[in-house]
Design a protein around this ligand. Structure first.
Ligand code: C2E
Ligand code: MG
Ligand code: MG
Length: 431
């Protein structure tokens, strides 16, 4: 690409800046030119700054800038943000594009020798690399940055380095994520989530004594969007708190409206962070009062994954709510790698064995023995055990043989909307 006299530059690296990048991308489109666009984002600049000091971090940025500037005369380099570089090159095949990006990736596998304050350091700086072939039909620079951000979020979920070519599959995945986020925001604003309830079988009493509330989201086009998909997205986008309060309101409303529901308890899924919110206790007590609900009917499920800090404070809040009758379940036990002894220092009433543990039990005699021993230990500590995801008669029999106290799974009952739950419980009572 030719130099342009009206370009603006980044002061530190003397590379062209974000404004110029935006202008050049838009010019490519206007002129009907195809282009190869590469994003290079060093992933550990903060760590370098912390470890070696900011002057070394700055010197590293200048070294990377010099490297990119001299890489290929057909490519223009830009610094569009603190630790974000872009390159624009000519139209090429996907193979040529991959080869060019691989050259950069290889360079980042080697060390950078950086001089600052009369010292030279050898630094291993990892980077995310995303590249795509821009065509004139593509939308503008903002959309391009959205694509790059999406790809970087995928890479950063997997580690501190990696390379992605943004192709049509990735494009579809990004559009799907945008669709889900839009539907989520709409459902939060209009409170259109539905609550389903999955009855849980009590093996000792031989009847259903509890249920778990499970959120359901249907897009405005009627499509079902799974909580396994949108709950993690809500957590990543700061929406989980809003959702949880809608859930609590709906569940408390339902329980309040059915004082004779033949279930002792109904649980809701919350996150460990939410419980730490200073307003949490007052708000949940407010809900109990509004719906004239006895706290004994409500249970809260949290996973080990979301209790990451301040165990003493989580414990204090759990103990406080216990006085109102609300007790806690440890959900998805067997999937986390957190500190088990800290986790079990919290006053849980129930431990829910995740479906993955149930599969272990189902697969080999050794697996059965392991689950049996685990159950013994949990019972010694006076926890009640719920087996999650029981789908077959064999699993149900094994769970009962290993003295798991309660069973949740499609074998006994699927999650049901309110009316279907009421009918299900009534039929069970008569049968
Ligand atoms: P979870 O809390 O562990 O909920 C149990 C999940 O297992 C539910 O999936 C349930 O439908 C499913 N399940 C029950 N029995 C079986 C079975 O026999 N086989 C199989 N394969 N699955 C079974 P669902 O409803 O799709 O929810 C997935 C996850 O999304 C939940 O896992 C929970 O972590 C989250 N979630 C659901 N509702 C809420 C909610 O209201 N708030 C929050 N924060 N998270 C929720
Ligand atoms: Mg749960
Ligand atoms: Mg679970």
């Amino acid at each position: 690409m030719k130099e342009n006299i009206s370009a603006s530059f980044d002061a530190m690296t003397k590379l062209k800046d974000r404004l110029t990048f935006a202008r050049d991308v838009n010019r490519c489109r206007e002129k009907g030119l195809q282009a190869h666009i590469v994003l290079i984002q060093p992933s550990q600049l903060l760590l370098v700054n912390r470890t070696y000091g900011v002057p070394v971090g700055d010197a590293l940025i200048r070294s990377i800038a010099d490297y990119l500037r001299g890489l290929d005369e057909n490519y223009q380099a830009y610094r569009i943000a603190n630790s974000r570089f872009m390159m624009i090159g000519p139209a090429c095949t996907q193979e040529e594009a991959e080869a060019f990006a691989c050259r950069i990736q290889k360079r980042f596998e080697e060390s950078w020798y950086v001089s600052a304050k009369e010292k030279t350091c050898s630094i291993a700086a990892k980077a995310y690399l995303v590249h795509l072939l821009l065509s004139p039909e593509d939308s503008g620079e903002d959309r391009l940055i959205d694509k790059m951000n999406y790809a970087v979020s995928l890479l950063s979920g997997k580690g501190s380095a990696g390379m992605l070519f943004f192709d049509s599959t990735l494009q579809q995945a990004m559009e799907h994520q945008e669709y889900v986020l839009e539907e989520l925001r709409y459902a939060i604003e209009h409170k259109t989530f539905q609550m389903y309830y999955q009855p849980i079988y009590n093996c000792r009493e031989k009847r259903f004594t509890s249920a778990e509330s499970l959120i359901r989201l249907f897009g405005r086009d009627g499509a079902f969007i799974s909580p396994g998909e949108f709950i993690p997205m809500a957590e990543d986008n700061g929406l989980i708190d809003d959702i949880s309060w809608i859930v609590l309101e709906k569940v408390c409303g339902f329980l309040g409206a059915h004082p004779d529901l033949p279930l002792r308890t109904t649980s809701v899924n919350l996150t460990g962070q939410q419980i730490l919110d200073p307003a949490f206790i007052a708000r949940i007590e407010g809900l109990l009062d509004t719906y004239k609900l006895d706290g004994n009917r409500l249970r809260i499920e949290i996973t080990e994954r979301t209790v990451t800090e301040d165990f003493p404070e989580v414990k204090r809040i759990m103990e406080h709510l216990e006085q109102r009758g609300i007790r806690f379940y440890l959900d998805d036990f067997g999937t986390g790698y957190s500190n088990l002894s800290s986790m079990l220092s919290l006053p849980f009433e129930v431990i829910k064995f995740d479906q993955s543990l149930i599969r272990v039990m189902d697969s080999t005699p050794q697996g059965q023995k392991t689950i049996g021993l685990l159950a013994e230990i949990m019972h010694e500590h006076r926890y009640v055990i719920v087996a999650e995801g029981i789908e077959t008669e064999v699993q149900a029999l094994l769970a009962r043989e290993k003295e798991l106290d309660r069973i949740q799974g499609y074998f006994y009952a699927k999650p049901l909307p309110e009316d279907a739950l009421l009918a299900f419980l009534q039929n069970r009572d008569h049968s």
